[in-house]
Design a protein around this ligand. Structure first.
Ligand code: CUA
Length: 341
């Protein structure tokens, strides 16, 4: 009896220890952490957060100690009469006005300096237009003539000047490990710059409630070494200049469907083909992406088929309609789209 109780306590203790360890290491493993930064903008913001937090901790501890001191030092010891009164004490009045003003100034100096740092895009930045849609992201590279969706490719170590806007409602562009969020507002162009220190795929997320599929309005920032990034831009430009012409009859049938009966071209663009719809994501180079449906699924043939079969099941609220296509027709479309790379 006693030994089984002890065993249970030991087990509980071990489980608690494991949970604590997960809690302590969890932050580093999260792909959307603001305290595991990977670029100069996020780092400046984290430093300001740390500075402010420690300042508050110091002030909080000092105030708590002062309260304890006053409670002990001036407690009722049963003395007769009123204790000495301090109401209207000039020295105290000045002290508790001046000290908070000094604290606010002390905190304002790095805050204002950071605001200027963030507002000043470095002169060697490359430009990308970010456009929020319900519920996906469009990325335009005006200097390269490239338009893509949901995966923003950037070269490592290069500042990127983002102009953030929206075509429908207010969204918010957020890559926690690279920079703080900025609103995407219809009819406005908000600025944000960021830079990645290392080659990695960073997770991004719409951070403004924007309708049914808000939670599934994610994206990726693919930070690549400069040569890999240049290869990607060349490939994207090449796909537009020489669109894929499928040799395989299944994929060729898929292309006919895409630009014909299936009606995909009403919403989607594939550069260099008749498909020039602007409502949905540009699918040029679709097979180069790691995810589909704004990061709702990994980009595999199976998932692409599932997505075309049942968009609303994969992503409730998705504006992509369920098309009246046979299984064979969907397989033909998938075969064609898998060639977009
Ligand atoms: Cu877009 Cu939330």
């Amino acid at each position: 009896m006693a030994s089984s109780k002890r065993r249970r306590m030991l087990q509980a203790g071990r489980a608690g220890g494991a949970l604590l360890a997960m809690g302590l290491t969890g932050c580093a493993a999260l792909p959307q952490s603001t305290i595991d930064v990977a670029g100069p903008v996020a780092r400046r913001q984290l430093e300001l957060l740390n500075f402010t937090t420690w300042l508050m901790v110091v002030i909080g501890v000092l105030v708590a100690l002062a309260v304890v001191y006053v409670m002990l030092r001036f407690r009722d010891r049963g003395q007769p009469g009123r204790p000495p009164q301090t109401r209207g004490h000039r020295g105290l009045q000045i002290a508790w006005t001046v000290i908070p003003i000094l604290i606010v100034i002390y905190k304002a100096v790095p805050t204002v300096a950071d605001a200027f740092y963030l507002a000043e895009t470095p002169p060697n930045a490359m430009q990308v237009n970010v456009i929020g849609h319900q519920w996906w992201w469009e990325f335009q590279y005006p200097d390269l003539g490239i338009t893509t969706a949901n995966e923003l490719h950037i070269p490592v170590g290069q500042p990127v000047d983002l102009r953030v806007s929206s075509v429908d409602v207010i969204h918010s562009f957020w890559v926690p490990r690279l920079a703080g969020k900025v609103d995407a507002i219809p009819g406005r162009s908000n600025k944000l710059w960021l830079q990645a220190d290392q080659a990695e795929i960073f997770w991004g997320q719409c951070a403004e409630l924007c309708g049914t599929a808000h939670a599934h309005m994610a994206f990726r920032v693919v930070a690549q070494p400069p040569d890999a990034y240049a290869a990607w831009t060349r490939r994207m430009q090449d796909l537009a200049a020489h669109p894929v012409t499928p040799a395989d009859p299944v994929a060729a049938r898929g292309q006919e469907l895409f630009t014909g009966k299936a009606g995909c071209l009403g919403c989607h663009t594939i550069a260099g083909t008749r498909a020039a719809g602007k409502v949905g994501p540009n699918l040029t180079g679709l097979a180069l992406r790691t995810t589909i449906g704004a990061a709702a699924l990994d980009n595999t043939a199976e998932n692409l088929s599932r997505w075309i079969h049942h968009p609303a099941e994969v992503k409730p609220g998705a504006l992509m309609p369920k098309l009246p296509l046979t299984d064979a027709e969907i397989q033909q479309l998938v075969a064609y789209l898998r060639l977009q790379k």
